[in-house]
Design a protein around this ligand. Sequence first.
Ligand code: 26V
Length: 796
Amino acid sequence: MARSVQTSSNFRDALLRHLTYTMGKDPEHAQPFDWRMALSHAIRDRIVDTWVASTRKTYEQDGKRVYYLSMEFLIGRLLEDGIFNLDMVEEAKEALESFGMDMRTILDDEPDAALGNGGLGRLAACFLDSLSTIGCPAYGYGIRYENGLFKQSFVDGCQVESPETWLQEPHPWEFERPEVRINIGFGGDVHFENGKTVWRPAEMIQAEAFDTPIVGWQGRWANTLRLWAGRAVDPFDLDLFNSGDFAAASEHEALARTISRVLYPEDSNEAGKELRLKQEYFFSAASIRDILRRFDSQHNDLKLLPEKIAIQLNDTHPAIAGPELLRILHDERGLSFEEALHITHHCMNYTNHTLLPEALERWDERLFGRLLPRHLDIINRIDDAHYKANPHRTLSARSDGQVKMGELSFIMANRVNGVSALHTDLMKQTVFKELNALHPDRIVNETNGVTPRRWLHSCNPALSGLITETIGEDWIADLEQLEKLEPSIEDQGWLDRFTDVKNANKAALCDYVAGVHGVNLNPEAMFDIQIKRMHEYKRQHLNILETIAHWQEIRDNPTADWVPRVKIFAGKAAQGYHFAKDIIHLINDVAKLVNADAATRDVLQVIFLPNYNVSLAERLVPAADLSEQISTAGKEASGTGNMKFALNGAPTIGTLDGANVEIRDHVGKENFFLFGMLADEVMQRRMMHDHAQQAINADPRLGRALEALRDGTFSPEDPGRYTHIADNLTWSDYFLVCSDFTDYWRAQREVDKAYQDRKAWAKMAALNTARSGWFSSDRTIHGYMCDIWGAKSLIP
Ligand code: 26V
């Protein structure tokens, strides 16, 4: 363990040494940035020791290596994570304090690495943490976006986007590898020469590697996250420069760099599509080359590939890695097509993360063929081979003029997995119904999880401390031990301490919100939180409609015994998703009116916090009393925020969707506020043409809330602003907001009642913590290792 090697005074020396020699500053003149860099380097040194040892061991043991290919890694900050994983919190704090510096200030100076949109990217980051904690030899592969997910701010309540610039300051966690540069081709044509197929690309871009060590719990193991950046093959044209055309001289470099310039937002529109496909091939092809190079350095028999490597495709975004591996094995290494296909198939696995039809990737075959002509041939042959083996049905990766990445991934993969039990069942019944019938053993379930290091130990140190004091510290790497808390939950003294922790976390959130946004929240109120990407299926509008109805009811009877609530929202809407942006605007307008209403403000406050990201989630999750997980059943593949809240002692109000189903099974139905239709009822209900009107007619509260949208209550300066939302809900309502409203209202009143009995509530909250151990991403990764990869831990 790294900690035992050096004493704290040594660590203080290391910090000072980096401040002096890495940053070139003396303590009197150093800024928070300088201290952060010095501290990062001092911590990084320790991580590197582990990293080098782990890499050496991986080569020596030569077991199966896991390759996790993902377009997104939503990592957040790394300094605090490193300090906690190395168990160096006290040393770091003391060292900083000896120079008069406050650790929180230094940690908060770090920008988030926001290389992801939401759940899929954050899951990849939790998986990296678990892979290193478990000691599974693994590499994450992705793109080093210069601009991560856009920054969100509000102007008059409307979302405004601005570019995110996390790399503007030096990033201390990455190691540039200029020696690892791989040429990636695009376009051109395919020739037959001496009985061989040769692809001659028209354009070449270089992929340059940047490595970040990912250290696991207690610094016992560290894996590598390798991100690719676009570079020109010939960065600079001296002739052009000398002729005076300075801009054209470096044009190649600028063009090549655009490939790793921006992270695509979740619902990217048609215009940007070509670049997106280029990004996908760029990083998939570079990763495959790198994987083969590493394999070749230790082996000379390609038949060993499936024994030595397992590739996981995080959704279909890296699906082209399959045809690329096949192409190299067949065209370049001379294996027969069948043999190349067989080997590729046994190396590849695919995780599906959504059933939403608009998110299933499909490429126009003309675009695809123009960029990747040889791969299009290969996909045809994969289809032919699949059809030959399964002649009773046609199912193809290529049809209707499109290349279908879901089908391609399924056909290529040895295992295909869903991310919750319900989602896996629905995959079998819907998108992959026919393919599942042909390959009934291929689909498996691996329910998502979250890393307890970041999502409890480090973001909620007070609760972590109480837990460790009660059951010892082994829970941090073995989360199911949390069940040992159950006897203590019967002890009122212990439960009071649990409640004190929650209250302190709420107070800290109040300070933050007051300091940053100038809003004073009532710390006595229930903190009811919905934080996630803005999407109609996630139904933030159901939440705000219920809030409006609640506010109206309080105004009718202001002196009744209302249970005070603070409704907290945060989340980004994709730039082009206008309806989602209008819901943000609505929530902000409701907040403005409701928070100014003297008749209700003691019992109801509403706030939408801007620029939701990993770091903001780390503040909000520990302070929540209630977790809102209210998607239309059948639409949320899993959810992972739901797990973070339960783990931190916030019961869920939610539908039977995604992993909510399993959370309810684990925490107990009496500790979960269930409402809403089931997935099959949703499908039935949608067949009724007037489902929304029926729901509205049956519930005057809903009718009145919708009326307030129509009559300009929340936008007197622009009374028509929300008419279209009311109209959408009345006349279309695909996500069944109206049909679930009444039951949601009922569940919310049950929440009120339950919260009034603070002792009973504390027990419910603590049981959520004690019974959430199964939702550790360590458990998920063990599942992948055993059911999908056949990989083994190298930690003795
Ligand atoms: C789609 C696209 C389409 C093209 C442009 C870029 C882009 C980026 C992402 C996506 C799909 C995102 C799918 C996703 O994030 N799914 C979420 O995965 C979580 C982890 O499994 C899961 O908990 C959430 O329920 C699921 O919505």
